[in-house]
Design a protein around this ligand. Sequence first.
Ligand SMILES: Cc1cc2nc3c(=O)[nH]c(=O)nc-3n(C[C@H](O)[C@H](O)[C@H](O)COP(=O)(O)OP(=O)(O)OC[C@H]3O[C@@H](n4cnc5c(N)ncnc54)[C@H](O)[C@@H]3O)c2cc1C
Length: 514
Amino acid sequence: MSKISVLVVGAGPSGLNLSLALARRKVPHRLIADANGPGEHSRAMVVQARTLEFYGQFGFAREVVNQGVAAEKAHVREGGESGGGREILTISFKEMGTGLTPYPFALAYPQDDHERFLIEKLKEAGVEVEWGAKLSGFQQDENGITAFVEHNTGRREEIEAAYICGCDGARSCVRETLKLDFPGGTYQQLFYVADVKITRGFDRDLYINLGEHILSLMFPVRSSGMQRLIGLVPPELSDRETLGFEDIRSRVEPLLDVKVSEVNWFSTYRAHHRVADKFRVGRAFIVGDAGHIHSPAGGQGMNTGIGDAINLGWKLAQVLQGRGDRSLLDSYEPERIGFARSLVSTTDRAFTGMVAEGVIGEFIRRIVAPQIFAIATRFNIGRHAIFRTVSQMRIHYPDSPLSQGAAGGVHGGDRLPWTGADNEDNFAPLQSLDWQAHVYGEARQDLETACRELKLPLHRFPWSLGAQEAGIKRDALYLVRPDGHVALASAEQSVNELTSYVSRFRLHFEGCSK
Ligand SMILES: Cc1cc2nc3c(=O)[nH]c(=O)nc-3n(C[C@H](O)[C@H](O)[C@H](O)COP(=O)(O)OP(=O)(O)OC[C@H]3O[C@@H](n4cnc5c(N)ncnc54)[C@H](O)[C@@H]3O)c2cc1C
């Protein structure tokens, strides 16, 4: 039996990111997956800006962007199942996101390419995925967990660890062992996914096509030069035993306004919407699809799992390395479960409305959705609000035990706003993956002294219009967490607030790199 700090179960996007977050912080752990290798088929197609910001912290966001297609526009089309579809909206991600993030676009990057990329990054960090290793159950007490693992060679192993993290997908063994409820439902509609070549050549934009009963999304895939189609199978075909692209071609082509010249891959699946009733029991955590699953139409599922992994990774590292109080781990569930619940209910409502039948559905697609969008995007504030929501930049933790204070428009728990459009990049120091203090303007002498004594890196940025527009308060103190969220905002640069926060969570910054 081997004793390690963390056993990560599952090597999808959530497990790979959790493992990277641990490896980069030098936490000894193992990463097992029952599959024999990385996924062969892409599921998630969109990497949101917030995920790219996390990858910026890992130092490889630009590499990821270069492997995908940074789509600056999405075209929303309506009708046309039997011809005559029309564009009802053009969404410019660039217009909506410029100035808010270094990544003002939606990145089309298939999940299979994405997973292979992360596996390479993990290898560079010294971690190999242990494929063909299936968790069959585990037990825990106050000192740790014992996990029962069956290797595909027939070998059985017991792994002892301080913590177990179930990143093991929708059918999570970790969730089932913990006997957690996973309430929700299954959409009655059948989805399809296909890789196709279209006659008009490679198209870099995103297309969202809404029709009665059938919805179809089209994304560019750089690595294959093809388009990925994800959509709903027409209801009259959804009970067929076997289904191929030819069965739906006559409905899909007019809806998308394309001619398909080659079909590389076609598959169908059913989607669910569920959230587990807890994300943690004792020393066991669940992460990603193990804890929440939603309609793929919102493009949020994988990104939310990656956000969970980033959130949990730094907290585990701090506690295991004796650099923070164990109560840091108590904040994982409240920070992530609330967002998962609201996401599942919003994507469910939006999805149900968009594919609704009859006059109501048509009214929503043709009138309500375009009108709401047109009104919401008339002004910068509305454009930014939509981009922040879809890109997951708006995720914040106002009620977290770790969130304290407000300065300007920035509250404890908010994502640190990006001020780097025309100025020094305030996200660059986040690559340390560690705690840091930021001041935009002048840092007071007593704060400088306190940070030096605490060994907390203090970053000073010149006061700028960008900082003001981002809601930052001049000369305020922002204590920034290792995941780029604000822990403490102090308008008065209060050293007392800083030191009492540090002692409350027993934070040690020794060894924090700049
Ligand atoms: C068609 C489709 C399109 C989608 N589009 C999007 C999108 O555009 N954007 C988006 O954000 N999301 C999208 N999603 C959702 C996204 O694919 C999932 O949210 C994502 O895969 C979840 O990642 P995960 O790592 O949590 O779980 P998974 O990817 O399911 O990984 C689970 C891992 O656990 C391992 N495992 C399972 N059981 C065990 C066990 N007992 N022992 C050991 N290992 C185990 C598996 O081998 C695997 O490695 C889409 C989903 C589908 C189906």
